[in-house]
Design a protein around this ligand. Structure first.
Ligand code: ADP
Length: 264
């Protein structure tokens, strides 16, 4: 390690440094899901990762979450190596992944219970998280009594209840209809601004990335690499019908076409 690395002004809350990930295969070619990827995620930024299937987006998220280890390179959170999952790095998946036999409140509390937190405190924290996502009145409802959008808000509350510094989101709104998706995006931006969290957000959807992100990391497959990082310098709240929104959409779309990617 370079002795003065921690003093560099551009150090991010998450540092991905020359990271490669190889998934060995018993038959045929092994896959470099990521090859020599470096990325610095700044404290408080909303960063979107976009790219066609198989370009390593989920692998990158799993590495930052600490679910898997890199084959080469290093990942750090607040300058400390990432070696395992931790409450400071919350994860929200595309599938709601809620326990169907638990109420919304109990689903949100679940992780705290596993960590041995006392009942009164965890219940208070869970109510606070549900309130943050606007679901305080649905605390006693079971997942089957909630709409898809509400279930995904419970999943967000379940990550927020741990008071994470960064939220890692893997296509979290891909399974809901367009209207619900738009309202979840607005909600997420409100929460992001309210609590000043950092968000790493994977999407297939260029419009979603341009609407949400401070920066868009465009990735390409075979091997998984960062093709370009696009700054989104459009004032918030953003309007999808503004000229500059359309222009940036076209820029990102153009980068996709260069690599023959799938556009949605
Ligand atoms: P994305 O999220 O962009 O679709 P992934 O990170 O899921 O990309 O996958 C990147 C590449 O790694 C793909 O070729 C995929 O098939 C491969 N891959 C992902 N996970 C595994 C795994 N557990 N074992 C073997 N190969 C994998």
């Amino acid at each position: 390690m370079t002795p003065n690395r921690g003093l560099r002004p551009d150090d991010g809350v998450v540092e991905v440094e020359s990271v490669s990930k190889l998934y060995p295969s018993t038959e045929g070619e092994s896959t470099w899901a990521l090859l020599d990827v470096s990325l610095s995620i700044r404290d408080g930024e909303f960063i979107c990762a976009i790219g066609p299937s198989g370009c390593g987006k989920t692998t990158l998220l799993n590495l930052i979450a600490g679910f898997i280890e890199p084959t080469r390179g290093e990942l750090r959170f607040d300058k400390a190596p990432i070696t395992r999952p931790a409450p400071e790095r919350g994860v929200v998946f595309q599938e709601y992944a809620l326990f169907p036999w638990l109420t919304a409140l109990r689903n949100v509390e679940f992780g705290l219970k596993m960590r041995g937190m006392a009942k009164v405190e965890r219940s208070e924290r869970a109510r606070e998280a549900l309130q943050l996502v606007g679901l305080e009145d649905a605390a006693g409802r079971y997942p089957f009594e909630l709409s898809g959008g509400m279930r995904q808000r419970v999943a967000v509350a379940r990550a927020l209840v741990n008071h994470p510094r960064i939220l890692l989101m893997d296509e979290p709104f891909a399974a809901v209809d367009a209207l619900t998706r738009a309202s979840l995006q607005t909600e997420l931006l409100r929460i992001w601004e309210e609590i000043g969290i950092t968000i790493f957000f994977i999407t297939h959807n260029i419009e979603e990335a341009v609407y949400l992100g401070d920066r868009i990391v465009v990735m390409s497959p075979n091997p998984g690499q960062i093709q370009k990082i696009v700054n989104v310098e459009i004032a918030r709240p953003r309007n999808r019908s503004d000229l500059e929104f359309g222009q940036l959409y076209a820029t990102v779309n153009g980068i996709f076409h260069q690599q023959g990617g799938v556009v949605q």
